[in-house]
Design a binder for this molecule. Structure first.
Ligand code: LMR
Length: 409
């Protein structure tokens, strides 16, 4: 009977937003979900996106279904943007031209992870997927529900507030050959700590030695450097290895939620890099067969915005890049302001300055996070991750004072 269904716990990230809304304290601060707010605490629409929407309003003549895997125009725009670095990566271009990349529009980042999870469960022999510890709170649930078996590899040492690179290598090396390995392309969520180019090379060597299948999650492209083209070093490097036949295949989940601010439009993609054009055809047909019974086809509003922004005739690319750069600039400013206001007598906050993207990973314990919530109405996820776009000139002092009080207790 329905009455036997147990109550499920609130979502670790989105549940925080619900609790925040219910709080009557006028000083409350939401540092939970990774969604951008401006210096007045409000969400924004990128001006370039607004312009693309105006173009769309003029030009759009129908609301027909797009293809099961999205439109060719969207797929080509994504391929050129991500794999060819917008015409600047010969290896990526070669992969595209030889038909070795299958791209499908998906329901944003989560949808792309779920589709690739289902796909791998259906067609990849090894069901184990190695994910960094810690990782985005939803990763494990997505992959488990897709029938894969997630297992952690070492990534971060909370007691040192730093990457744990030696153990990262050890724990990957000790895993079964042929496992799937999840890599965060940039702005690792939740820690904001990325590998250096040299460290990536070491990891890519382990991937080759162990025959792992790399699955790259790129939700924050652009948030590390302010420029999306500079944040795809991992992809460029891996394309080089594919060109040298050292890595045969990999997959990329990508989203425009953050870097175009298209959150609720649910616009992203999954790309699978295959061994041949023939393999691509079969894989594309199977992706269609997999997607059709779940949601038929993806939504069209967000993907048309993406198509327009990448379509040279509308001249919006530069304004989008500058919108994104401003967003990232503000995040860097609040990061330093928070750092300046924190009391460093008993606690070293230097790790904050090494982290990149939408988050700081404070190192605070769940008890401290709960105290911040209960006493000061500061809402963050219990792993100590703060989504810093919730910080602005009006609340940074209040926030830092609250953290100082909790840490110095
Ligand atoms: C986050 O990590 O806060 C974002 O990716 C939003 C989400 O869906 O969890």
């Amino acid at each position: 009977a329905w009455s036997e269904i147990p109550l499920a716990p609130p979502d670790k990230i989105l549940g925080i937003s619900e609790a925040y809304v219910a709080d009557a304290n006028t000083n409350k601060i939401n540092l939970g979900v990774g969604a951008y707010r401006d210096n007045t605490g409000k969400p924004i629409i990128f001006p370039s996106v607004k312009k693309a929407e105006q173009v769309l309003l003029e030009l759009e003549k129908e609301k027909e279904y797009t293809g099961i895997t999205g439109s060719k125009k969207f797929q080509n725009a994504v391929k050129n943007f991500v794999f060819n670095n917008s015409n600047k990566d010969p290896n990526g271009k070669q992969l595209i031209d030889s038909g070795r990349i299958v791209t499908a529009q998906t329901i944003s980042g989560t949808g792309s992870l779920r589709v690739i999870g289902d796909f791998l469960n259906r067609f990849y022999t090894n069901k184990k997927i190695l994910v960094p510890k810690p990782t985005w709170a939803n990763h494990v649930a997505v992959f488990k529900d897709a029938g894969l078996t997630p297992e952690f590899y070492a990534y971060y040492e909370t007691s040192k507030n730093d990457l744990d690179f030696e153990n990262l290598k050890k724990s990957l090396t000790s895993q079964d050959d042929g496992s799937i390995v999840l890599l965060h392309a940039c702005c690792h969520n939740p820690t904001g700590m990325d590998l250096t180019v040299e460290q990536w090379d070491e990891v890519l060597q382990i991937i080759q030695d162990k025959g792992f299948f790399p699955l790259i999650d790129m939700a924050y492209q652009g948030f590390a450097s302010g420029n999306p083209y500079k944040d795809i070093n991992l992809i460029r490097r891996i394309n080089e290895l594919v060109a040298q036949d050292k890595i045969k295949s990999y997959a990329l989940c990508q989203s425009f939620a953050k870097n175009m601010g298209l959150y609720g439009e649910r616009t992203g993609s999954i790309s699978i890099i295959t061994e041949s054009a023939d393999a691509s055809k079969a894989i594309e047909s199977q992706l269609k067969k997999l997607i059709r019974p779940i949601y038929s086809s993806p939504p069209i509003h967000g993907s048309k915005i993406v198509e327009i922004i990448f379509d040279e005739q509308y001249n919006l690319l530069e304004s989008w890049l500058s919108d994104l750069d401003k967003v990232v600039g503000r995040l860097n400013t609040v990061r330093s302001k928070l750092y300046e206001n924190l009391d460093k007598t008993n606690y070293n906050w230097d790790h904050l300055l090494k982290q990149r993207g939408m988050f700081v990973y404070t190192g605070l314990s769940s008890e401290q996070v709960i105290e911040l919530r209960e006493k000061y109405s500061v809402y963050a996820t219990e792993d100590g991750r703060f989504s810093i776009s919730g910080i602005n000139d009006n609340n940074v002092k209040y926030l830092a004072d609250a953290i100082n009080a909790v840490v110095n207790k």
